[in-house]
Design a protein around this ligand. Structure first.
Ligand SMILES: C[S@@+](CC[C@H](N)C(=O)[O-])C[C@H]1O[C@@H](n2cnc3c(N)ncnc32)[C@H](O)[C@@H]1O
Length: 368
């Protein structure tokens, strides 16, 4: 079976690495998505274990289409009966980029009609009630190449279940996991997030270090897809549970806002990693450590969504004074403020473009 994993721009290579680590060899990276192949159990394994992917889609087929006729015939020719039961709900959504077929709503309607036509012939009925399980059809048209997929995740994979409540400007869980991987942090080192907000970075780091699969306590749309063996979900969850390690490490999480301190407390408890996180109320500009060789990852206010720009710039000055004193630390700051380095007081050793949802950000990496 072939699968497609959409990712935030900038995280594709990390998702590919995760999939290879899970044992999948045939992994291809394109802009904003990763393709891989595996057996049916891969559907469950990828959904349960992926930290940086946004969702897992099963690829039903692909074909070239320049006209609505091509789109209709190409969709109709796919083996829908193998995947959709008679009572399936099969809404259609998708997008088109740099293609002759650019009207998404027209493409949507044509794909729906083509699936109905194919099912009519196969099931010998004229009307589909769509009262059963959800099989969300997703299409992507890129340079006239159409890919038709079924969504196996349902709710996006970033919803792990530990963050029912968050502060005003939370980081996506998938990008937080990506930051931890990019920082090169190992559980043998000190890790700190002095702008912890709802605790996303410390929680993702702790889950990663303890090999706690992010999808262990949630469900997936694919669990109700009849073409996948039912037992793969339970088997893969059991396998993931057996991988959890008890590792002794501490992550320092702090925030100036006492509500954020209590959010991090609640969310890390829900995530099952509370014991690994020391949470305090503290001003980040007073952060210090005498222990050499630590790692700091943070997402300070940008001056757009929270507070104003001038305030953020003043804060970056204070951060520079405090963080650049740390003895042999690796500092990782993600922000959408493009002038960050100027206020922080030092040009980064490495700068990477990443997207927090639709918001373009940069990850600035320093070694002190
Ligand atoms: C963009 S949010 C961080 C979001 C967090 N990564 C999450 O996923 O929830 C920035 C955080 O910085 C905190 N903050 C603002 N100024 C601060 C300061 N001087 N020291 C510590 N925390 C501060 C805010 O309370 C807010 O929680």
């Amino acid at each position: 079976m072939e699968f497609v994993v959409p990712t935030l721009f900038g995280l594709e290579a990390l998702t590919a690495k995760e999939l290879r680590f899970m044992g999948y060899e045939n992994v291809t990276v394109t802009d904003g998505r990763v393709l891989f192949s595996g057996d049916a159990s891969a559907a469950a394994r990828a959904n349960i274990r992926l930290r940086t992917g946004e969702r897992v889609l099963f690829k039903v087929g692909s074909f070239h289409a320049e006209t609505f006729d091509d789109l209709f015939e190409g969709t109709k020719a796919l083996p829908w009966r193998d995947f959709l039961p008679k009572d399936a709900q099969f809404p259609v959504k998708g997008g088109s980029v740099r293609s002759k077929l650019f009207s998404v709503s027209d493409c949507q309607a044509i794909i729906k009609k083509a699936i109905v036509e194919s099912m009519k012939k196969e099931y010998k009925i004229d009307w589909f009630q769509e009262t059963g399980d959800l099989y969300q059809v997703q299409f992507a048209i890129m340079k006239d190449e159409v890919t038709i997929m079924l969504d196996l995740s349902g709710t996006g994979l970033r919803k792990r279940g530990y963050r029912p409540a968050s502060n005003d400007a939370p980081l996506r869980e998938t990008i937080a996991a990506g930051l931890v991987m990019l920082s090169g942090w190992r559980a043998t080192e000190v890790l700190a997030d002095p702008f912890c907000g709802s605790g996303t970075i410390p929680i993702e780091a702790a889950m990663w270090a303890r090999h706690i699969a992010p999808g262990l306590s949630r469900s997936f749309a694919g669990e109700h897809h009849a073409y996948l063996p039912k037992e793969i979900w339970e088997e893969e969850k059991e396998r993931a549970k057996a991988d959890i390690r008890d590792v002794d490490f501490v992550i320092f999480a702090s925030d100036l806002d006492k509500n954020c301190v209590s959010l991090t407390d609640k969310n890390s408890t829900l995530a099952g990693v509370r014991e690994n996180i020391r949470i305090t109320k503290r001003d980040a500009t007073e952060f210090f450590s005498k222990t050499p060789g630590g790692c700091l990852i943070c997402n300070p206010p940008y001056g757009e969504r929270m507070g104003d720009k001038k305030e953020a710039e003043e804060l970056y000055r204070g951060m520079g004074k405090a963080f650049l004193q740390l003895p042999e630390w690796r500092i990782n700051v993600i922000t959408a403020h493009e002038g960050f380095e100027r206020f922080f007081g030092k040009k980064s050793d490495k700068k990477r473009k990443l997207y927090n949802g639709m918001l373009k950000c940069y990850l600035y990496q320093y070694r002190t």
